[in-house]
Write a protein that binds this ligand. Structure first.
Ligand code: NAD
Ligand code: UDP
Ligand code: UDP
Length: 339
């Protein structure tokens, strides 16, 4: 008879079958798409800390293994290199769908890929949720409001969006993702949740991802001028990442579909933001004015009444408290880069 060519495991049967205590209780099994990215990796930290088993799906376009390395070796953590544009078979209880580049520089790099990720990627994750009866949460964006004519923006506002512009792969892509999510809910009875995330910052953002907070912080630390686009009078509201992660989990666990705005209502012009960065990092930091990009929204500020009332959630960390936490992380990474 032919002999097996593989070596039999030497571990005694009983030891090989010893299941870690956390798995015996079988907590929730959760997928986080885009879990190697900025927001996703912080979400994974929270889910693992509360005892869930987490599977990350990421194609590493903007994500980094460094963001998750502290979970390697944990039997409740699994990392799969996979592109959500392709179908996948898994068995889980919840799906947090974050996979999509979020910074304008990254999502404009390959706009066709961005819209495929938003449309086909979301379709696949909804198909997966339907097949296995998992609850699905979409991370949509304040960009669905476009260059808003209503201020601050409530969830009832339908938006003011250019369908054929350079940002459309992202904002129209996310609008389609919201449509798909609601159609799978109405048509296939998938349990869904929709979060509309406003500008978020914190440790682990890509150093050069082009977003304004990461740009200003990296520039001030490298003693380069901070690049203010346009006249700097456009506004944004900046949320610290731990507040967002608390909001995403509160929404997933709630009985409400949404959409919910998740953002910090504190509103700053880009010049005011530059001032806070200056106070935090270097009083001698300078500003360099650059031409603004096309279709840049003039103002943005969430109305979070709905999330406060129904999710009992509101942000706790102000920009002046959160910025130093990000600066510590950026300072270390910039030093590592230089050495
Ligand atoms: P990020 O770029 O750091 O993370 C996105 C992750 O998705 C990365 O790890 C990337 O590699 C992965 N990814 C991209 N395309 C993929 C694909 N086709 N298949 C598998 N993985 C893919 O961005 P982020 O700031 O962490 O954003 C996470 C989510 O939150 C995104 O969906 C984004 O649209 C949304 N959001 C973020 C903000 C913000 O200010 N950070 C604001 C609004 C919405
Ligand atoms: N899908 C997936 N994993 C699953 C089930 C579905 O990736 O476990 C994908 C599937 O390949 C399809 C998409 O999700 O492209 C939508 O699935 P659905 O069943 O809703 O549609 P259908 O396959 O009938 O077109
Ligand atoms: N911005 C800037 N300097 C930079 C990067 C961005 O002044 O180095 C401005 C940009 O024009 C926009 C705002 O900052 O008005 C927020 O841009 P970001 O790309 O961070 O996010 P958005 O809200 O546009 O998705």
């Amino acid at each position: 008879l032919p002999q097996p060519t593989y070596t039999l495991p030497t571990t005694p049967f009983s030891a090989a079958r010893r299941v870690p205590a956390a798995l015996k209780q079988r907590g929730r099994r959760v997928v986080v798409t885009g879990g190697a990215g900025f927001v996703g990796s912080h979400l994974v930290d929270k889910l693992i800390a509360r005892g869930d088993s987490v599977i990350v799906i990421d194609n590493f376009f903007t994500g980094r293994k460094e963001n998750l390395v502290h979970h390697f070796g944990d039997p409740r953590f699994e990392l799969i290199r996979h592109d959500v544009v392709e179908p996948i078979l898994l068995e889980v209880d919840q799906i947090y769908h974050l996979a999509c580049p979020a910074s304008p520089v990254h999502y404009k790099y390959n706009p066709i890929k961005t819209i495929k990720t938003n449309v086909m990627g979301t379709l696949n994750m909804l198909g997966l949720a339907k097949r296995i009866g998992a609850r699905f949460l979409l991370t949509s964006t304040s960009e669905v409001y476009g260059d808003p004519l209503e201020h601050p923006q409530k969830e009832t506002y339908w938006g003011h969006v250019n369908p054929i512009g350079v940002r459309s792969c992202y904002d129209e892509g996310k609008r389609t993702a919201e449509t798909l999510t609601m159609d799978y809910h109405r048509g296939a009875e998938v349990e869904v949740r929709i979060a509309r995330i406003f500008n978020t910052y914190g440790p682990r953002m890509c150093l050069d991802d082009g977003r304004v907070v990461s740009n200003f912080v990296a520039q001030a630390l490298r003693r380069q001028p901070m690049t203010v686009y346009g006249d700097g009078k456009q506004t944004r509201s900046f949320q610290y990442v731990s507040d967002l992660v608390d909001g995403l989990v509160a929404l997933m666990e709630s009985d409400h579909i949404g959409p919910f705005n998740l953002g910090n209502p504190g509103e700053f012009t880009m010049l005011e933001l530059a001032e806070v960065v200056k106070e935090t990092i270097d009083p001698d930091a300078t500003i360099d004015f650059k031409e603004n990009t096309a279709d840049d929204p003039h103002m943005r500020k969430p109305d979070i009444t709905k999330a406060k009332e129904l999710l009992n959630w509101e942000p706790k960390v102000s920009l002046r408290e959160g910025l130093p936490l990000m600066v510590t992380d950026f300072r270390k990474r910039i030093l590592d880069e230089e050495n």
